[in-house]
Write a protein that binds this ligand. Sequence first.
Ligand SMILES: Nc1ncnc2c1ncn2[C@@H]1O[C@H](COP(=O)(O)OP(=O)(O)OP(=O)(O)O)[C@@H](O)[C@H]1O
Length: 268
Amino acid sequence: MPEKSGQPRTGRSPSGPGVTFERVTKRYADGTVAVDAVSCEVTAGSFVALVGASGSGKSTLLKTVNRLIPPSDGRVLIDGVDVSEGPAWQVRRRIGYVFQNVGLFPHLSVAENIALPLRFERRSDPARVEALLDTVELPRALGGRMPAELSGGQRQRVGVARALATDPGLLLMDEPFGALDPVTRDTLGRAIARLQRKRGLTVLMVTHDMAEALLDAERVLVMEGGRIAADTTPAALMRGEGGDTAQALVAVPRAQAERIAALGRGAT
Ligand SMILES: Nc1ncnc2c1ncn2[C@@H]1O[C@H](COP(=O)(O)OP(=O)(O)OP(=O)(O)O)[C@@H](O)[C@H]1O
């Protein structure tokens, strides 16, 4: 993995776009400044994690990319084009979006849920749905089930498959695995990281879990009070760099790893 923050680790040329935040500010109606003049360049084909305390502005910043939240000031560019230009559906067609409790339609089968973005494009493609089930490592037979007949982890995989249906180059994930057990969380995180490298996707992932950010992403943005407090690599964070806010977040998985290692050595 390259050390330099922001360089994609994928060996192939990226298929995902670059994302630019230019002094992006979001002020809510009650005066809350959720995002405060954030400027940042996300390199095409890179995997970036957004971490920070609750309320630090991570989700708000992420949602300015697919226009779920319009900035009060500043702008967001995808491959140099302002996302506020043109109809929202046109911008979102090129962006996969995965969030916690993925919001599958309960009255549609798994296959129908996955095919939904294709239907909006007037495409019907059962082979594509099967390929997407393969991508997220779900048995094809699950396509006929209803969402209520799946486990939480399987539902989340279906959400990822649906987000990938239109073959977007950019994937936005907001606490995508937050409600899952640790094993499924780890497996899915690795699967996404593999997919990102293989396809050269640009991924922006909000997570509360610093260990997840360190293991899956190649660059970590630490948010505090609507600003980026640190912009660095997992390796640099593990060397103790990035400042106090970042190090307070790293301290949790570090201490856990040390306690587990001590248990392994037979310490009480
Ligand atoms: N619709 C809204 N109206 C007013 N304030 C809001 C609104 N949505 C979010 N906020 C505030 O904006 C700030 C940033 O919220 P945001 O959801 O972006 O943070 P976050 O870092 O994603 O938090 P969490 O980790 O808890 O999901 C918080 O103070 C929040 O209370």
